[in-house]
Design a protein around this ligand. Structure first.
Ligand SMILES: [Fe+2]
Length: 386
């Protein structure tokens, strides 16, 4: 086992209807003015009202920045930061899927720090001189776990790739997990984001910094995700299953301090290059990436297969590990996930450049089976050949 550090400082508030607690949580942070960062779809779905109504009732002033797009662009972040500066907000409420939650962290940083934003991307922990105001994360999807993550993925417009910023100062102080906010999510997005949650736990479980703390969280997250993802796909209003997926999503990201791996490297590369949705990219890359890891961490891959319902008794360790592939294929098929990287827009001619970008991905060093550019070229080729 590698030496590690582990902490889970975010306060988790869970329950159907728990979003109404946003006013007391904001108040506990001595909010003078709240900046709500979200996207246009969340506004249209009426979910912003679930936040603004309790704030209004408590007499707490707020502004809304609702321009966040999927794979949030650094140029959009700068616009949001200008709005926040103007409003002099001292608390941020991040509402939505992974994109608004991640974007809110960067907006908070850029509202109190001089740019350029490029200086803070892929630059280690808390590279900004001034700590941003506290953030409350309220997810409307169960997938990214961004509400309990100290990292944010952004689309660095100047370099045409996805980059991360991270640090304890952008870790949300509070996460409000309200399953009622996720029931309106369409089935395809429910499936894609749910697979992302499952994958965070899956990759963390075998990542190089996995340890007993992260293993415990990852195993439970995998169990909750595999037992509930099909339910929420088929029965969108099943609040218990929706709640279980939200918990799985948060637990998975709490385990991801162990690192992620090749599936995220592939998916983030494709997501940044072709603007493919993150969860869908993860789902399509899930099997090829796992195949690459079958020769390592076999005991743990066998355990995952067992949690997914495979009877591994009588199997060798290698056989048990391998059995995770059909288990995954069945799960993905039942969620109508396409196979083949062409479904994400990947083109053969781009593979050399994609492999270079994947080598720079923040998850690449944490994969249990070491990766080089040649391995990525093969993985992209295999992914296209499916
Ligand atoms: Fe992810």
């Amino acid at each position: 086992m590698q030496p590690f550090s582990f902490q889970v400082p975010t306060k988790v508030v869970f329950g159907a209807g728990s979003v109404k607690n946003v006013s007391s949580e904001v108040d506990a942070l001595n909010a003078k003015h709240v900046m709500i960062v979200t996207d246009p779809g969340i506004v249209k779905a009426g979910l912003v009202d679930k936040v603004t109504e309790p704030l209004c009732a408590a007499g707490i002033a707020y502004s809304i920045f609702d321009e966040i797009e999927p794979n949030p662009k650094t140029t959009t972040i700068i616009r949001g930061a200008e709005v926040m500066k103007e409003a002099q907000s001292n608390v941020v409420v991040a509402l939505g899927g992974g994109s608004p939650l991640d974007a809110a962290k960067a907006v908070a940083v850029m509202a109190v720090n001089e740019g350029p934003i490029e200086d803070y991307c892929c630059a280690g922990a808390d590279p900004w001189p001034v700590a941003p105001p506290p953030i409350i994360g309220i997810p409307t999807t169960a997938g990214t776990g961004a509400e309990v993550s100290a990292a944010a993925m952004l689309n660095l417009v100047s370099e045409h790739r996805k980059v991360d910023i991270f640090g304890d100062t952008i870790l949300p102080v509070t996460a409000i997990l309200d399953p009622e906010l996720t029931v309106g999510l369409p089935p395809n997005l429910t499936a894609w984001t749910g697979i992302d949650a499952l994958n965070h736990a899956f990759e963390a479980y075998i990542a190089i910094y996995a340890n007993p703390f992260t293993d415990m969280l990852a195993e439970k997250a995998i169990e909750l995700a595999v037992n509930n993802i099909h339910k929420v796909y088929k029965e969108p209003t099943d609040l218990e299953a929706r709640g279980n997926m939200l918990i799985a999503s948060a637990m998975a990201v709490m385990s991801a301090g162990a690192g992620l791996g090749v599936i995220h490297s592939l998916a983030q590369t494709i997501g940044g290059y072709y603007d493919a949705p993150h969860g869908l990219a993860i789902a399509v890359c899930f099997v090829p990436g796992t195949q690459y890891n079958l020769s390592v961490e076999q005991k743990k891959l066998g355990r995952i297969s067992q949690i997914m319902g495979t009877d591994i008794s009588g199997m060798s360790q290698a056989e048990a590990a391998k059995s995770v592939i059909p288990a995954l294929q069945k799960l993905l098929k039942n969620l109508d996930i396409p196979t083949g990287f062409d479904s994400l827009g990947v083109k053969e001619k781009d593979i050399p450049e994609l492999a270079k970008i994947a080598m720079l991905d923040g998850c690449t060093p944490y994969n249990p089976h070491p990766l080089d550019e040649h391995a990525f070229v093969e993985l992209f080729q295999q992914g296209l050949a499916v």
